[in-house]
Design a protein around this ligand. Structure first.
Ligand SMILES: [Zn+2]
Length: 173
């Protein structure tokens, strides 16, 4: 959120609470550059779809449930509450825009995973392990290797080469 006084891009939330009617969230923010404070009101979005669970039952979309899952995955990671809430809002908006009446919980999980991948790799793997219910260690490792990509391969090659270097000393002399 941009500072309305100096236009600095970084402001931090110092207080956050629902309004009396509960239809909006009132946030007190402070600009990290000029130190001025201001208040924003964020409207709670209306949700138009039902969530279809694995067992086929339906329930209404619960933003807190999604947030709790993310908070658990981000435990002890350098991710702020603001960032986690932003992920939930993005997910919610995206799902609403699909204009579907019913969306499966596993699809919602995939969407959250995609967002977490960009935010924090450890949180992503943790979340994925719960959501995809990895059947064994191998699928879990495969997922991590996919994440690490070429970096892991490069490292492995280097360490494999290293022990070969001390050749027999000075044969030519
Ligand atoms: Zn400012």
């Amino acid at each position: 959120m941009k500072c309305p006084f100096c236009e600095a891009p970084d402001t931090k939330v110092i207080d956050s609470r629902p309004t009396e009617e509960g239809h909006a969230i009132r946030r007190r923010r402070e600009c990290e550059k000029c130190g001025k404070r201001f208040t924003t009101y964020e409207k709670v979005e209306e949700v138009f779809f039902m969530v279809v669970k694995r067992d086929g039952s339906r329930e209404s979309f619960d933003r807190n449930k999604v947030l709790n899952g993310i908070v658990r995955a981000c435990e002890k990671r350098p991710v702020t509450m603001d960032q986690m809430e932003a992920v939930v809002s993005e997910v919610e908006r995206g799902l609403n825009n699909m204009m579907e009446k019913e969306i499966s919980s596993s699809f919602i999980g995939e969407v959250v995973m995609e967002k977490l991948k960009d935010l924090d790799e450890v949180a992503y793997v943790r979340f994925a392990s719960v959501y995809r219910q990895f059947k064994d260690v191998n699928t879990f490792i495969a997922e991590i290797e996919k994440l690490l990509g070429t970096d892991a391969g490069g490292k492995l090659k280097k360490t494999a080469k290293a022990p070969k270097t001390p050749a027999l000393p000075a044969e030519e002399e």
